[in-house]
Design a protein around this ligand. Structure first.
Ligand code: BYC
Length: 328
C-alpha cells in the first residue's frame, strides 16, 4: 500500500540562529557540507526535495527510451540505447543514496513517487512516437540536463555534488549519441530528415520547460541560490541552453519551431518566444500526455519486483545469522 501522511523530514525543529549564521559563513566560504555536519532543517528539506525529485526523474526517464530498445534500427543503436537506459537507472540509485545521507529512507521516497505525491521532471510525460525521438531526447533532454547539472557538481552538499560528477560524465555520452542519431537522420532520406524535424518540433518546448518556472515564479530559487544548492537561476540556464542548441540545430539543417526566434546582436543571445506555462502547469498537475501511463508502469515494476526484494532481505538475514553463529 502507498502511505499518506507526514514524512520524517516534516518533524524536526527550527534552526538555532547562531548555528545558522556559522552555517551560512561556511557556505559563503565555499565549504562543502557533509552528512554529519549541522545544517538548517530547511536546507535538509530542500535537498531531500530536489535530490529525490531528481532521482525519480532518472527512474521515470528510463521509460520513454526503454520503449525503443526492442525497436532500435541496428545492433549498434540497440547496444548504445540499452547502455544509456541502464545508466539512467544507475543515476537514480546514486541520487537515492545521496538523499538517504539526509536521513530519509529510500522506501519512503519510492512510496512518495508511486503514490503520486512526488514530482519528477515534466519532460518524461511526453511520448516517444518515432525512432527520431530517441535522437531528440539524447540531444535536447540530455543536453538540457547537462546544462542544469554541471553547476550541481559544485553544489554545497558533498554527497549530491559528488554524485553529479559521475552523472554528468555519462550524460555527456548520452547527449552525443542523441546528436549522432539526429545527424544521421538529417543527412538521410527526405523522410528521415522529416522525422528528425518532427521530433524537434515536439520536444523543443517541453525541453525549455525542464528548467522550471520563470525566475519571477520560482519559489525555491532565492533560498537555493543563497545556500549554493543552485548556482544559476532557471531563466539563466534556459538561456544558456538555447544559445548552445540553436547553432547545433542549424548544423543539422533543422528549424527550431519558434517563428519569433532571433539573435540579439547587442545582448549576444538567441531570443526565444513565449513558453506555454499553462501546459507546464497541467503536466505538473498530473494531466500531461503520459503521466498516468508512467506511474502505472512504475507501480507494476515495483509490484513485480517484490519477490526480488523479499529474497534479498531473506538472504541478508541468513548471512547475518551465519556470521553471528561463527562469531559465537
Ligand atoms: N518538472 O521553485 P522552482 C534528466 C517544480 S533528469 C517537474 O523553480 P527548484 C534525465 C519544482 O520541483 C531531469 N517539476 O524549484 C533523466 C518545484 O516543486 P515543489 C531532472 C518541476 O527546485 C533521464 C516547483 O516546480 N533534473 O535530465 O528551485 C534521461 C517550483 O519550481 C519542473 C533535475 O531534477 C519540471 N521541469 O528548481 C535523460 C535537476 N521545474 O518541490 C535525462 C535537479 C520545476 O515545490 N533539479 N518543477 O513541489 C533542479 O535543478 C531544480 O529542482 C529545478 C527546479 C531547476 C528542476
Amino acid at each position: 500500500m502507498y502511505t499518506q501522511g507526514l514524512n520524517s523530514i516534516d518533524k524536526i525543529a527550527a534552526p538555532d540562529g547562531e548555528q545558522a549564521e556559522r552555517f551560512q559563513a561556511r557556505i559563503d566560504a565555499d565549504d562543502r557540507i557533509e552528512p554529519n555536519d549541522w545544517m538548517p532543517e530547511q536546507y535538509r528539506r530542500t535537498l531531500v526535495r530536489q535530490i529525490s525529485q531528481h532521482a525519480h526523474s532518472e527512474i521515470v526517464g528510463m521509460l520513454p527510451e526503454g520503449n525503443w530498445i526492442t525497436r532500435a534500427p541496428s545492433l549498434r543503436r540497440k547496444a548504445a540505447l540499452l547502455a544509456k537506459v541502464q545508466d539512467e537507472g544507475g543515476h537514480g540509485l546514486y541520487l537515492y543514496a545521496a538523499a538517504e545521507t539526509l536521513g530519509v529512507s529510500r522506501e519512503e521516497l519510492i512510496d512518495q513517487l508511486l503514490s503520486g505525491r512526488a514530482k519528477y521532471s515534466s519532460i518524461f510525460n511526453y511520448p516517444t512516437l518515432t525512432w527520431a525521438d530517441i535522437g531528440a531526447i539524447g540531444w535536447l533532454v540530455d543536453g538540457a540536463a547537462i546544462m542544469n547539472q554541471i553547476p550541481l557538481c559544485r553544489c554545497s552538499y558533498g554527497p549530491y555534488a559528488r554524485a553529479m560528477i559521475r552523472v554528468c560524465k555519462e550524460e555527456s555520452f548520452h547527449q552525443r549519441q542523441g546528436y549522432e542519431i539526429m545527424l544521421t537522420l538529417s543527412r538521410g532520406t527526405p523522410e528521415q530528415k522529416e522525422m528528425a524535424q518532427d521530433a524537434l518540433n515536439r520536444w523543443w518546448w517541453p525541453c525549455l520547460m525542464m528548467f522550471g518556472p520563470p525566475d519571477g515564479e520560482s519559489q525555491h530559487s532565492d533560498t537555493s541560490m543563497r545556500w549554493k544548492i543552485k548556482r544559476f537561476s532557471n531563466d539563466g540556464l534556459r538561456q544558456k541552453f538555447v544559445d548552445a542548441t540553436v547553432p547545433q540545430a542549424h548544423f543539422l539543417g533543422l528549424t527550431i519551431p519558434d517563428p519569433t526566434l532571433h539573435f540579439d546582436e547587442a545582448g549576444g543571445h538567441w531570443v526565444y518566444g513565449e513558453i506555454d506555462w499553462d501546459e507546464f502547469r497541467r503536466v505538473l498537475a498530473g494531466d500531461g500526455p503520459c503521466n498516468r501511463e508512467r506511474l502505472a508502469v512504475r507501480r507494476k515494476a515495483h509490484e513485480d519486483g517484490a519477490w526480488v526484494r523479499e529474497a534479498a532481505l531473506a538472504y541478508a538475514a541468513k548471512r547475518s545469522a551465519a556470521t553471528r553463529q561463527k562469531a559465537a
